[in-house]
Design a binder for this molecule. Structure first.
Ligand code: FE
Length: 211
């Protein structure tokens, strides 16, 4: 399977990166680069912050949360989402780079879904924004396949033994969105109130939704 990404093509370096100290070194280099570029007048720090904030909080996981809330209140939408996620997500106006071929996987009492990119950091940008640091880390990428239940426990998620865990490996072609289970006691909530319950991690599968 091809695994080249326009913006994330340096797989060897990603693989070489280990724990948080290495990532901090990368962050330091980014900060140093930003300082130099700002000092020379090539980039505007305020504009950069705005751009990052846009991906983290606006384009970011709030889009996915709206998709999930719609699926929770509208069973026909949920069916469309399960059948053709790319099209169903586009109905709400989201799409584009790193989200051209989406697959939605629905959590049930029988099966919990967990998303990873074992090779690097493939991630559905249009619905989740920028991937969190841990998603790109080597320990998550390798351990989630071998011992998903232990990894989930470290995220504070304890599933019943009877619930199977299925791990989905993202690629440059296919990106996954987890449809978390709707929490109980939410019958009176409207769609936007429900969307507020949907976290980024719940759509990766490393968290459950709670009221
Ligand atoms: Fe990847």
């Amino acid at each position: 399977m091809s695994h080249d990404h326009p913006l994330d093509h340096d797989h060897n370096r990603n693989h070489a990166q280990g724990g948080h100290s290495e990532l901090s070194a990368v962050e330091l280099r980014v900060r140093a680069l930003e300082s130099v570029l700002s000092a020379k007048g090539y980039v505007d720090a305020v504009a950069l912050d705005l751009l990052i904030d846009t991906y983290q909080t606006k384009i970011g996981p709030r889009n996915g949360a709206r998709v999930i809330a719609r699926a929770w209140v509208d069973s026909r939408y949920r069916e469309r989402l399960r059948r053709d996620a790319t099209a169903a997500i586009a109905e709400l106006g989201y799409g584009g780079r790193q989200g051209e071929h989406m697959i939605a996987v629905e959590n049930t009492p029988q099966q919990h879904n967990l998303v990873v990119c074992t090779l690097c950091s493939c991630y559905p940008w249009p619905v989740l924004g920028l991937p969190p640091v841990w998603y790109k880390s080597a320990p998550y990428r390798s351990r989630v396949v071998r011992e998903p239940r232990a990894v989930l426990a470290e995220f504070g998620v304890q599933l019943p033994a009877a619930t199977a865990i299925r791990v989905w490996d993202s690629t440059a072609e296919v990106r996954y969105l987890v449809i978390p289970m709707r929490p109980g006691g939410t019958d009176t909530l409207d769609e936007s109130e429900l969307a507020a319950l949907v976290t980024r991690d719940s759509m990766i599968g490393t968290a459950l939704c709670h009221t």
